[in-house]
Write a protein that binds this ligand. Structure first.
Ligand SMILES: [Zn+2]
Length: 269
């Protein structure tokens, strides 16, 4: 059997086993309210986003948005724990820096990036401060109107459909999708985390395949109260690591997955 075919077969079996073992998904926090029509084109000024009837100013870049994933409780007196693996994957030099160059899960021709991926920078340049439980930021924080649709994406060089891996509490209400990406002649698994959702969409069913554009949730501020935004994080599954059976802790366990600059795998516009 061709090695790639064998790898795909093994992965399919592991996936099937994972489905059998997977606990029932947690109940959605509530029905997903319809996104306000024209939410992203509401007459709000620069650096503000509509939230219901009001325009909410965005926090200044690097401002305190405490959004640490739901892991073990922070130890008393110990703030600013470093996150992620020792070997986070930096943005490749050939990948454009501008987030607007990529297809995003929200409808935003000119996306406002509140916080950037900074794990590839020196420690002193990583997001930190008294308002943070953790040092560094392993994803992109994208401003959007509350309730705006968050849609499934396909990564560049993805093979087959993405799959819903997890629906539950991680960065607030979070959906995680799994993607097989062809890289240097082999298939590698990536997971994409969509955090702080205010509700789950009809496509957010663990184990289900996703078509690009399927609604998996609405933008919200769960786990980051008062800061409505989408936390978009990409992690590469380590060689030989087992992600399944799935649980929230393993998805962000640095021994299982490595934080990766999302721009390395997002599809260009
Ligand atoms: Zn974030």
């Amino acid at each position: 059997m061709h090695p790639l075919v064998r790898a795909a077969t093994v992965l399919a079996v592991i996936t099937a086993i994972g489905r059998l073992d997977r606990p029932r998904p947690p109940r959605a926090p509530g029905p997903l309210p319809p996104a306000p029509v024209g939410a992203l084109t509401a007459p709000c000024g620069p650096r503000t986003v509509p939230d219901g009837d009001v325009c909410v100013p965005l926090p200044p870049p690097g401002a305190a948005i405490d959004e640490a994933p739901a892991r073990e409780p922070a130890r008393a007196g110990r703030a600013g724990r470093a996150i992620g693996a020792d070997d986070p994957i930096p943005r490749l030099p050939e990948r454009p820096e501008a987030v607007a160059a990529y297809r995003l899960p929200i409808d935003a021709p000119s996306p406002e990036v509140i916080s950037d991926y900074d794990l590839d920078r020196p420690a002193r340049e990583r997001r930190q401060g008294p308002g943070f439980r953790e040092i560094g930021h392993g994803g992109l924080d994208l401003a959007a109107a509350r309730g705006a649709d968050v849609r499934a994406i396909a990564l560049e060089y993805q093979e087959g459909s993405a799959e819903v891996l997890f629906v539950g509490e991680l960065f607030g209400s979070t959906v995680v999708t799994s993607h097989l990406v062809r890289e240097a002649g082999r298939l590698r698994e990536y997971v994409v985390l969509f955090g702080h959702l205010e509700g789950f969409g009809p496509a957010a069913v663990p184990g289900s395949p996703l078509a690009t554009g399927d609604v998996i949730g609405g933008v919200g501020d769960t786990g980051s109260p008062g800061n409505v935004h989408l936390h978009l994080e990409v992690r590469q599954v380590r060689d030989g690591a087992r992600l399944r059976p799935v649980d929230a802790h393993r998805i962000v366990d640095p021994s299982v997955t490595i934080p990766c600059d999302p721009r390395n795998v997002l599809a260009p516009r």
